[in-house]
Ligand binder design. Structure first.
Ligand code: IDP
Length: 140
């Protein structure tokens, strides 16, 4: 498997609880490199655009409200098989179902406020990275 890049967000529940360093330690221990990172406060439009695929879901309004409720840290992670690897490190969407040692098992409090986002495929990773980073902001 080749070296890949994936897009990550440390969500508002992580910044609120001052957990960004603790989450980054798990990411780096898993062998992923943080090749771009910035702390931003997402606008409503940015959150709605980012989660457009979920716009028909009943939790969409709640999700946009949560993602704009405080700062987030957006990141590009790089490594062998980074997309699948980060999904494994994140754990299941619902922390109640997440495996031991995963970020969501360690830190997440609910299915909505679940600490991290990670891209699910190469196509979505490319779109998501381009939404938040210019090419020269990514330093591998
Ligand atoms: P993922 O983040 O594990 O890829 P998705 O199913 O793509 O999970 O859902 C995107 C995000 O929407 C989740 O990370 C979570 O924040 C939120 N979400 C998903 N399901 C629910 C729900 O049932 N209630 C509230 N929020 C949800």
């Amino acid at each position: 498997m080749a070296v890949q890049r994936t897009f990550s967000i440390l969500k508002p529940d992580a910044t609120r609880r001052n957990l960004t360093g603790a989450v980054n330690a798990v990411i780096e221990k898993a062998g992923l490199r943080i090749v771009a990172q910035k702390r931003i406060h997402m606008t409503k439009v940015q959150a709605e655009t980012f989660y457009a695929v979920h716009s028909a879901r009943p939790f969409f309004g709640e999700l946009v409200e949560f993602m704009t409720s405080g700062p987030v840290v957006v990141q590009v992670l790089e490594g062998e098989d980074a997309i699948t690897k980060y999904r494994e490190v994140m754990g299941a969407t619902n922390p109640a179902n997440a495996a031991e040692g995963t970020i969501r098992k360690l830190f997440a409090e609910s299915v909505g406020e679940n600490t991290v986002h990670g891209s699910d495929a190469p196509e979505t990773a490319a779109v998501e990275i381009a939404q938040f980073f210019a090419g020269n902001e990514i330093v591998g």
